[in-house]
Design a protein around this ligand. Structure first.
Ligand code: HEC
Length: 147
């Protein structure tokens, strides 16, 4: 690189910096409100915090499943061959609790009278619930704070 090119490069970088500092403010956009963030926040903690209010029974789930899932996964969840994934639509909380209840029922995890909601879902005992190991690292914060 010759001196002329270096000088041009310095000028270009300086120009970009000055330009950025003098960018006009268009006053577009605004910070998201707490309500807007809440609507988009679909995180659910392992203890069930964050689950939407709602409920769904095995029988309701059987109907939702028959309409929305059975054509690909089979009427008992057995599936058919290798269906390509399609664009899906969101299920309401009630439909989701119901179809979850039905699938857990088909797996023998809840009984036929089970009704799932934001409180009972985290009480379902999944087969591997006791198979998890606590993180032994002392520098990793836990929900209660530092170990
Ligand atoms: C149009 C066909 C179709 C429909 C309808 C459909 N699925 Fe699926 N589903 C698939 C396919 C194909 C896969 C595998 C996707 C992959 O492996 O990337 C899949 C994967 C899944 C998986 C992950 C399974 C695993 O072992 O990883 C779950 C859970 C699931 N579907 C549940 C549902 C539920 C619940 C419904 C109804 C609300 C539903 N699906 C409706 C085709 C469908």
């Amino acid at each position: 690189m010759n001196k002329r090119m270096i000088a041009l490069l310095i000028l270009a970088v300086a120009g970009i910096c000055l330009g950025a500092a003098q960018l006009p403010q268009h006053n577009l956009g605004r910070p998201a409100t707490a309500e807007e963030i809440r609507k988009r926040d679909i995180s659910v903690a392992p203890d069930g915090t964050g689950l939407p209010a709602g409920h769904g029974s095995v029988e309701e789930g059987r109907q939702v499943y028959k309409i929305l899932c059975g054509s690909c996964h089979g009427d008992r969840g057995q599936g058919f061959g290798d269906y390509p994934p399609l664009v899906g639509g969101p299920l309401t909380p009630d439909e989701t609790y119901a179809v979850t209840a039905f699938i857990l029922y088909m797996n023998g995890i809840v009984d036929q009278k089970a009704e799932l909601n934001e409180k009972s879902l985290s009480k379902v005992k999944m087969p591997n619930r006791d198979g998890f190991v606590l993180d032994p690292r002392t520098d990793v914060p836990t929900k209660e704070g530092k170990k």
